[in-house]
Design a protein around this ligand. Structure first.
Ligand code: MMA
Length: 167
């Protein structure tokens, strides 16, 4: 009896592990080695990504801020350049982030599951295309490095959140 109970527990935990390993994936890091680390891993608890703010100068992505549910993350980056903002539509998700970098991030292109293509910055430097590993998963949060510019960025993918703490 005990052996059967242990076997059931073992199978349950093995299948829980396989469910988990079939949804999350990571792309990166794209950029240079300077700056300080940041991560929005805690922010994802506020809800799905709903908007972005991107500060740009003529050569680089200067700063970033991401909205999770109804709450903006802390701003990371410098003060130069122009701040741009875009909101996703309700239920819309980012399913690809492409871009370019040379020492710092130069360009970011967001592609959504509603077919929108949102490019920011300069098309020069080494290119990257970040996509999730698993089907039906979306951009859940970003991490990276920053100083007076965005030095590097990584993308973290998982299933669309089933609930939103802040909505
Ligand atoms: C700062 C410092 C560096 C970083 C750059 C660009 C000006 O220097 O934080 O480590 O590489 O900004 O973000």
């Amino acid at each position: 009896m005990l052996a059967i109970a242990l076997l059931v527990l073992l199978c349950a935990s093995a299948s829980a592990n396989s469910i988990q390993s079939r949804s999350s994936s990571f792309s990166g890091e794209y950029g240079g080695g300077g700056g300080k680390r940041f991560s929005h891993s805690g922010n994802q608890l506020d809800g799905p990504i709903t908007a972005f703010r991107i500060r740009l100068n003529s050569n680089f992505i200067v700063g970033l801020q991401v909205r999770y549910g109804t709450v903006w993350s802390d701003y990371v980056g410098g003060k130069q350049g122009e701040l741009e903002e875009f909101f996703l539509h309700p239920g819309e998700s980012v399913i690809q982030v492409s871009g370019r970098y040379r020492y710092y991030v130069k360009q970011l292109i967001f592609v959504t599951d509603k077919g929108r293509y949102l490019p920011f910055g300069k098309a020069s430097g080494k290119s990257f295309n970040a996509v999730p590993l698993h089907p039906n998963t979306v951009l859940r949060f970003i991490s990276g490095r920053y100083g007076s510019l965005i030095d590097a960025i990584s993308m973290h993918w998982d299933t669309y959140p089933s609930h939103c703490n802040t909505c």
